[in-house]
Every structure is written in C-alpha cells, then in structure tokens.
Ligand binder design. Structure first.
Ligand SMILES: [Zn+2]
Length: 154
C-alpha cells in the first residue's frame, strides 16, 4: 500500500498498454477479470488485503498463503472525495467494498457511476483496472476500482 492514499498503486503501465501489469502487482487477471492478491491463513481461514505476513488471529507466520480474491464486492459505504492528492482529479466517488465470498472489507475508488445506476449501500460491484494518475514518464499508474456490475438489470 502506498501509505499516502487508501487506494494502493497496483502497477505501472506504459501508454497504450494500460492493461499490462508490473512485476510487483497486487492483482492478477484471470479469464479477463482482475482479482486482488492477498493472503489467507490456512489455520483459521481469515483472508487479508493488503497481504499480511502474520495472522492476527493465530499470531503465526507459518500458516499464511497467497490468496486470490473474488472479483465481486458489495458496497458497504461510500462518499465523494473533493480534496485529494495533487495528482488525483477530484471530485471522485470512493467507498468500502466487502469482497465476496471472503467477507473482507477494503477501500476502493469507484467508477462507472451514472444517473441510471446511482450508488447505494449493498449494491453488487465488480473490480476493474483503471488509470490512477500519470506516472510522469509518459505512462500511467493503474489501480483497482469498483463499478456497478456490467450485467446489472436495468
Ligand atoms: Zn489464522
């Protein structure tokens, strides 16, 4: 996690190739869908994002394994950010998502919202990769965001 912002940078991508991940990414794309990569404790079953080395329930570092989260979350809470880091472009929607099926709550920028599908607590959303900011070298820093499900019923 960047420490400065709630939404971590998940990779650098060169211009025109925005979907290409970096080597230190916190996600992977499976069947065209991005998934966050965290850790899961094989002893108690708790999952974590960002990844942890020690399970806070079991207090051991011997049971943590790499874990690929589901692509779907439910909106737990949301707001609009009006004052942001200089390289960001406020206002933008921001929220907390509960990932399914792991039941892990994470912060995320939100995209794809319009008048037909306004944000509401409890709505199902899917993770996408999107530009966070320019990287200053002609490329983009990509992050995860969530948007209302593409196959939502209208
Ligand atoms: Zn544990």
């Amino acid at each position: 996690m960047s420490g400065r912002n709630d939404a971590p940078d998940v990779g650098n991508a060169r211009a025109g190739n925005a979907a290409r991940p970096s080597s230190s990414r916190h996600y992977e794309v499976v069947d065209g869908r991005p998934h966050l990569i965290g850790t899961r404790c094989s002893a108690c079953g708790a999952a974590f994002f960002p990844p942890r080395h020690v399970c806070p329930n079991c207090l051991t570092d011997e049971s943590m394994e790499r874990w690929r989260f589901g692509n779907i979350g439910r909106l737990y809470a949301h707001t609009v950010i009006h004052i942001a880091s200089p390289e960001f472009n406020p206002p933008y929607p921001f929220g907390y998502l509960v990932l399914e099926p792991e039941n892990v709550r994470i912060p995320a920028m939100i995209t794809g919202v319009d008048d037909r599908f306004p944000l509401r607590t409890g709505m199902k959303m899917e993770m996408v990769l999107d530009k966070l900011r320019d990287d200053g070298a002609g490329g983009e820093v990509v992050t995860y965001k969530f948007r209302p499900l593409a196959d939502r019923q209208s």
